[in-house]
Design a protein around this ligand. Structure first.
Ligand code: IMP
Length: 186
């Protein structure tokens, strides 16, 4: 069965394909502005944009980011552009560390919302979370985004130190996609 995904991110497409064998994964560009204040809202904006073109098939979109407790949930839905446009990972990470200077509560979580439109038009939304803390300095060469600064609960190494295989067992995206798998395959 075809599953249309609102992304051209090759990494995401591969990860989804591995988790959902048996589906023919097809990328589509939502070309929609992410104007919602929640991850779920933005995932729905994106999936609705592509589902309109694929009536009778499954469509899916995700939206993710980092929420830091001491910053009232920031960077949140603005994770990609926390330090402004154009999106810059070094600038985002530097700003996060600056905003947490002297802050002892380092609690944070990665969140991933996935929205789906079923062949009958019904909408489904699931959420995966990975709790952890923000370290005081970056560590590790793997991963992307805030990975060098994020230490998941139960570990003493960052997502960037852990590497893709370990990260994908516990990540927010893996946890959301596990629910998607249940939804799609029963
Ligand atoms: P997206 O919605 O998956 O494109 O993620 C938006 C932004 O959240 C990214 O540009 C990253 O800054 C951040 N982010 C989301 N997931 C991760 C992750 O697994 N590791 C590091 N940063 C992430």
């Amino acid at each position: 069965m075809k599953l249309f995904i609102a992304t051209h991110n090759a990494h995401k497409l591969r990860e989804i394909g591995e988790i959902l064998p048996g589906f023919e994964i097809c990328a589509d560009d939502p070309d929609a502005e992410e104007t919602a204040e929640t991850f779920e809202g933005n995932a729905l904006i994106k999936v609705r944009a592509i589902a309109a073109r694929h009536v009778g098939a499954w469509s899916m979109a995700d939206d993710s980011g980092l929420e830091v407790e001491a910053l009232n949930g920031a960077p949140g839905v603005r994770s990609a552009r926390y330090a402004g446009e154009p999106s810059s990972t070094p600038a985002n990470n530097a700003l996060l560390l600056k905003n947490l200077t002297g802050v002892t509560n380092r609690a944070a979580r990665f969140v991933c919302a996935v929205a789906l439109v079923a062949p009958d038009g019904a909408e489904h939304v699931v959420r995966g979370e990975c709790p952890g803390r923000i370290s005081t300095e970056p560590s590790g060469a793997g991963g992307f985004g805030y990975d060098p600064l994020f230490v998941p609960t139960g570990f003493d190494r960052s997502f960037a130190d852990l590497g893709e295989v370990e990260k994908n067992k516990i990540s927010h995206r893996a946890r959301a996609l596990a629910q998607v798998k249940t939804l799609l395959l029963g």
